[in-house]
Design a protein around this ligand. Structure first.
Ligand code: SAM
Length: 472
């Protein structure tokens, strides 16, 4: 078990049963999750009526809690840990990276009526401390330093938000151009088992080594604390990293809502099951051509491996989006074949315009293919068009059931205006813009020289405030 930084924890306790603690807690969970917070809840049960108590933890989850746990007075914790105390219970639900943990207590538990715990207060075996509020239906006199609140979920939720959660809100990163940073794109390695002629290496020139697993996990935790919701792992070839499954599983445990991988698929057949079991449900697969000879001349690899990998992933229920960088004179005349390939494998297709980055001199001028015309043709052939709510409302065209997206970043100010992600290079630098080599923030250097989490967050903040659209 990995111990993490503790979120604030709050307890609601009454002296008698039937005073409405569960109902109140459900209401608070609804209010806070409605405002976008992740809430976890613990039932701290006086009796050992497991069935009744389990009903309550189920109610918490129905109200929107990301996770709930049942802790009995005997010290039995339903989330599979014996001899547990409140500290352990809070640690377990903290794996789901909540913004706050709320505990429903019992009269002899020793908990104050409503209490907040700061991370530093929690040593093993410690109890909740620092009484700040009292919420009871009956008339029970508040004890020292207690705020009295009415029995009203929205009032209590507002109190909790202003007292304990405001700083978490502020932590969400927004750059000077009003762009919220919602995701990270992290290169896990620059090693690759292919040698694609068009590869931009995610904008990395000459990386100085790779990050260790624990360094990657720490960066993910800090990023998640700063409000990031999505993470995409790229490279090099991310499937060359043996720890990829563990990294994916940890990302989900941290509460990332969307975890993706971009791969060339050469190793996918062997690793699909492991990635699926780690929680992966979608990936991007690079397929620059569906002709084996053309594929080999572009990448140096075998198309057969990609097709096998795609089939393995699909059979498991992993959603596959095919990425095709379109190049003049290489694959622009076979877009129709790629569309059919994607359709028969019930995937999704993304046609990407070639970007001029770390390419051999003259390569871009020779092979860049403007996708404007292609988008018009696909638009005319489409049965319907869906606008994504993000990525600057990028359009998804449905052509005979196949969703197709066209990615046109080159000289496109609206592409930059819709950018909500920040990059981490394989050697642990924050890279605010794919196109710029001069703007790097050395996160890994900071980790290795002993910076605290707060100092790493400051580094993220500096990187975000340095962000500016490449094309305006
Ligand atoms: N090895 C993995 C793969 O092939 O997908 C991940 C690394 S690759 C650099 C990540 C993505 O960048 C792929 O979707 C690829 O199509 C895209 N890409 C690479 N070079 C590009 C370029 N010059 N212009 C546009 N997209 C590019």
């Amino acid at each position: 078990m990995m111990w993490m930084q503790q979120p604030p924890a709050l307890a609601i306790v009454s002296f008698h049963s039937g005073e409405g603690k569960t109902t109140l807690l459900e209401g608070i969970i609804r209010e806070l999750t409605g405002k976008g917070y992740r809430v976890c809840a613990i039932k701290h049960s006086a009796h050992n009526e497991v069935q009744d108590a389990s009903k309550d933890t189920w109610k918490y989850r129905e109200a929107g809690a990301a996770a709930s746990a049942l802790l009995q007075s005997s010290g039995y914790l339903e989330v599979c840990s014996q001899g547990a105390d409140l500290h352990t219970a809070i640690n377990v639900v903290s794996c789901f990276n909540p913004d706050i943990v709320i505990c429903e207590g019992f009269k002899d538990s020793g908990l104050p009526k409503i209490a907040i715990v700061e991370p530093s207060d929690l040593g093993p075996g410690s109890r909740l401390r620092g009484v700040v509020a009292l919420v009871l239906k009956g008339d029970v006199a508040p004890v020292g330093g207690v705020d009295c609140l009415p029995f009203d979920p929205s009032v209590v939720a507002a109190f909790i938000e202003s007292r304990f959660l405001e700083s978490r809100r502020r932590a969400t990163m927004i750059d000077r151009y009003g762009r919220r940073i919602l995701g990270i794109r992290m290169s896990l390695t620059q090693r690759c088992n292919l040698n694609c002629v068009y590869c931009h290496h995610e904008g990395e020139g000459s990386p100085s080594g790779e990050m260790y697993t624990d360094e990657i996990l720490r960066i993910l935790r800090v990023a998640r604390d700063l409000g990031m919701r999505r993470v995409k792992f790229t490279g090099g070839e991310p499937l060359l990293r043996k720890d990829l499954g563990g990294i994916i599983a940890y990302s989900y445990a941290l509460g990332f809502e969307d975890v993706g991988v971009t791969t060339n698929g050469q190793l996918l057949r062997e690793r699909a099951l492991e990635l699926y079991e780690a929680g992966l449900r979608r990936l991007n697969l690079s397929v620059p051509s569906v002709d084996p000879n053309v594929y080999r001349s572009i990448t140096g690899g075998e198309l057969r491996n990609v097709v096998d990998g795609l089939e393995s992933a699909r059979r498991l229920g992993i959603h596959v989006k095919i990425n095709t960088v379109v190049m003049r004179g290489i694959n622009d005349s076979s877009i129709g074949n790629i569309i059919e390939f994607a359709r028969t494998r019930s995937s999704q297709l993304q046609l990407i315009e070639l970007e001029d980055l770390h390419l051999d001199k003259g390569f871009f001028e020779k092979y860049h293919f403007d996708l404007t015309q292609t988008e018009e043709t696909i638009s005319r052939a489409s049965d319907s068009v869906v606008e994504r709510g993000e990525m600057n409302r990028r359009r998804v065209y449905l052509v005979k059931g196949l969703p197709i997206e066209i990615v046109r970043p080159v000289s496109n100010p609206s592409f930059c205006a819709g950018c909500t992600r920040i990059r981490i290079t394989s050697d642990g630098k924050i890279k605010p813009c794919l196109m710029r080599d001069d703007l790097l923030f050395d996160l890994l250097g900071g980790i290795r020289s002993g910076l605290t989490d707060d100092q790493l967050k400051d580094l993220f903040m500096s990187a975000v405030s340095a962000r500016e659209p490449f094309y305006r």
